[in-house]
Ligand binder design. Structure first.
Ligand code: PLP
Length: 368
């Protein structure tokens, strides 16, 4: 297994903990353990009693019950809890694919969605979202990418990094295509429930049939990345069992304190979503004004969901711009090249409370 370095994660490793303003984070503002526990009467006392033994490999029954409430038809036994969404991506690819299988992946994307499959020896085709098309995925292009050895399609909506949300009609057509061709759909839904208009929230893929696996996590919409709790939800017993079996070789089970805290979080996810969407929407207003003031330097396709956008830098080279910005002003933006993007885009994070100060610093830098 040959895995190339994870470009985006390496970039963050270099800057995340020594830069004043992170203006490109994908997660929403986090909170302390005390603040999370205060969401629920009696939770702080119960937390003291959490038993620090091994937990059930598929995730604690209480946590799986809370997670299953996100879905329409999914039962707790159809949820498999992991250490972050990242572990679930790794296990899905290993459970579903073998060398020389072909997969089609929505790109640009979070690198593990292509690279774990490549490391297994799979052939990966990019289903490319394009800015000139407002990052919309074109279903006619998908049809052309199908091969006799295609096993799975991987999509991510709401999308990292563009904030694209697939329209319902396209989503239904995608599911039909997957079913007609006897494929699997791996649906990365880690930004689900962060749609700016709740009416546009798509049904979870796992609720559409056993051809699909939905991926969720506490890190993004709910702002609790430090819990490292992710999950898959699926009616596909074969995939579920194979992922559970490989998990015995990665983490065996999850962290007991994190499972308890994630259970509290999921029970109160409405409050977390309200808080985090409030931050995102206030930040969007600031960014609308910023881009209006700097239209000769930047263009953007305004996102429809999630905590990110993928604007374009119109002057100069984006890697150089980000590099000087972080060194001279202490503001971190993520060059699109970390996604193998060649269009001079950068990732902008919208989920952090200090975005107004970060943007102020960015503007001082632009004026200087
Ligand atoms: C689309 C997508 N999937 C999966 C992950 C992994 O999530 P986690 O870091 O919580 O494991 C990320 C993280 O940025 C992501 O953006």
């Amino acid at each position: 297994m040959q895995l190339r370095p994870f470009k985006l994660e390496r970039y963050f490793a270099k800057y995340e903990f020594n830069t004043q303003y992170l203006l490109c984070s994908s997660d929403c503002e986090a909170m302390s353990v005390a603040d999370l526990l205060s969401l629920e009467e009696g939770a702080a006392e119960k937390f003291q009693g959490v038993w620090l033994g091994y937990t059930e490999s598929q995730g604690s029954p209480a946590l799986r019950k809370e997670i299953s409430k996100i879905y329409e038809t999914i039962q707790p036994e159809e949820i498999l809890v992991h250490t972050g969404a990242e572990e679930a991506i790794f296990l899905f690819m290993h459970a579903a694919l073998k060398a020389e299988d072909h997969i089609i992946v929505h790109t640009p994307c979070y690198q593990s969605l292509t690279d774990v499959a490549k490391s297994i020896g799979c052939d990966v085709s990019r289903w490319q979202a394009r800015e000139e098309n407002s990052w919309v995925l074109d279903l006619s292009e998908l049809r052309k990418l199908l091969q006799p050895n295609t096993k799975a399609i991987i999509v991510n909506t709401p999308h990292n990094p563009t904030g694209y949300l697939m329209p319902r009609a396209d989503y239904d057509a995608l599911h039909n295509f997957v079913q007609e061709n006897n494929l699997l759909l791996f649906s990365d839904e880690v930004y689900r429930e962060s749609e700016y208009d709740p009416a546009t929230c798509l049904p979870a893929a796992c609720d559409m049939g056993d051809h699909a696996v939905s991926l969720g996590v506490t890190s993004k919409t709910y702002g609790l990345a430090g819990l490292r709790i992710g999950w898959i939800a699926t009616k596909n017993k074969k995939i579920y069992e194979s992922m559970a079996s490989i998990k015995d070789y990665t983490t065996i089970c999850n962290s007991a304190p994190s499972e308890f805290l994630a259970e509290v979080a999921m029970r109160n996810r409405g409050k977390l979503v309200e808080r985090n969407l409030g931050i995102i929407k206030a930040n969007l207003t600031i960014m609308d004004e910023f881009f209006a003031r700097h239209s000769s330097l930047f263009t953007w396709v305004r996102p429809q969901a999630g905590s990110m956008a993928f604007p374009k830098f119109l002057e100069g080279n984006i890697e150089e711009f980000c590099d000087t910005l972080v060194r001279q002003a202490g503001v971190l933006l993520l060059p699109g090249t970390m996604y193998d993007d060649t269009g001079n885009h950068f990732r902008l994070g919208l989920g952090r409370k200090n975005l107004p100060q970060a943007v102020e610093r960015l503007e001082e830098y632009l004026k200087a």
